[in-house]
Design a protein around this ligand. Structure first.
Ligand SMILES: [Zn+2]
Length: 103
């Protein structure tokens, strides 16, 4: 399955260990931030995100402005390493919402 296809319909459908950054850190899950415009990518420092936003913070369906390349106006998305490779942390609902705003 291509990584841009979500396994989950809504944010609430994701497994509990992906629901919050605290749960992901406890479960040892690697989450990566990627920019679809400049292809920048790096592993997310979950401990740092927890110190900034608390353990209940969620990366599901979240986008942030790109900081990989100066001047890039892409929006960073998140994905995790699942059993069969990289999987998006975007739900189908989130993807449809984003697609409706991106045009
Ligand atoms: Zn970028």
């Amino acid at each position: 399955m291509p990584h841009h296809l979500s396994l989950y319909q809504t944010a609430a459908d994701f497994p509990v260990e992906l629901q919050t950054v605290g749960a992901a850190l406890a479960a040892g899950i690697t989450i990566e931030a990627t920019c679809p415009r400049c292809w920048g990518a790096r592993a997310v420092d979950l401990a740092r995100i927890i110190s900034l936003h608390g353990p209940g913070y969620s990366l599901i369906d979240r986008q942030t402005f790109c900081t990989f390349r100066p001047g890039c106006d892409g929006r960073v998305r998140f994905r995790y390493i699942g059993e069969y490779g990289m999987k998006t942390m975007e739900s189908e609902q989130g993807r449809a919402w984003r697609a409706s705003r991106d045009r």
